[in-house]
Design a protein around this ligand. Structure first.
Ligand SMILES: *[C@@H]1O[C@H](CO)[C@@H](O)[C@H](O)[C@H]1NC(C)=O
Ligand SMILES: *[C@@H]1O[C@H](CO)[C@@H](O)[C@H](O)[C@H]1NC(C)=O
Length: 222
């Protein structure tokens, strides 16, 4: 009579399995999209967990996954070997340090974990998408005295560091800078010069310079 109250055996096993395996495979990246400046150094960071009872024997980063094929360790790829550094710690943090970023590094980067058990390997989806941009000044070549002018520091992806502007090689602190724009209010002959931009933390990676000429306005108060 009380037999009907007992859960079926497969369900009992299922509950035991779920209860016992406290940690599962997981790979979490701090950022899934990164915009980096050509020539800069980037970090791709994250954390991972794996089922208990396994020992991690190897970790590495890779790009361009092919279904059914064991990925290649990026540090063994001649294009990357001198520029990548893999860092991990006991707290399951991991990072990829990529130096001298270039346009051809625009890939999705994945973290790979290999354990002592042949079948227990993991690739962290969805990876980290890297975009690489340069800085380019977009501005008029000539402005008439008394007018306003906006200079824009163009990028092809969104950089998070603040923009810095230079005139004739010196940082500009007195002008209005908003996001990636430098605003020149009531242009005077003193605003003529060579302008370039950069972002904080990478001041050595400046845009090419842009020359701004100032044309004399007609003086009506003669
Ligand atoms: C990126 O910077 C390198 C120098 O570090 C330069 O040679 C290359 O032309 C730059 N890339 C582009 C797309 O301009
Ligand atoms: C990523 O980790 C490295 C050390 O592994 C650290 O120096 C860096 O600041 C971290 N960057 C971010 C964006 O979390």
């Amino acid at each position: 009579m009380s037999l009907r109250m007992t859960p079926p055996l497969p369900l009992v096993f299922l509950l035991m399995i779920v209860g016992a395996s406290r940690t599962e495979w997981s790979v979490k990246y701090n950022q899934q999209k990164i915009c980096a400046l050509n020539g800069s150094t980037v970090f791709m960071n994250g954390t991972f967990t794996h089922p208990e009872g396994l020992t991690v024997t190897e970790t590495f980063w890779f790009i361009d996954p092919v279904k059914g094929v064991e990925p290649t360790d990026l540090s063994k790829d001649p294009v990357y070997s001198g520029r990548v550094k893999f860092l991990t710690d006991d707290q399951k943090h991991f990072s990829l340090k990529l130096s001298d970023v270039m346009k051809k590094d625009e890939h999705r980067f994945y973290f790979r974990i290999i354990t002592n058990e042949e079948k227990e390997r993991w690739a962290g989806e969805p990876g980290v998408q890297l975009r690489v941009t340069e800085l380019r000044v977009k501005a008029p070549e000539e402005v008439t005295e008394g007018q306003t002018a906006d200079l824009t520091c163009k990028t092809t992806c969104s950089l998070t560091d603040p923009f810095i502007w230079y005139k004739n090689g010196h940082p500009l602190t007195t002008k209005t800078i908003k996001n990636n724009q430098l605003h020149l209010q009531t242009v005077s002959s003193e605003d003529a010069g060579s302008y370039s931009c950069a972002v904080g933390g990478s001041q050595h990676l400046r845009s090419t310079a842009h020359s701004l000429r100032v044309r004399c306005g007609f003086n009506m108060i003669l």
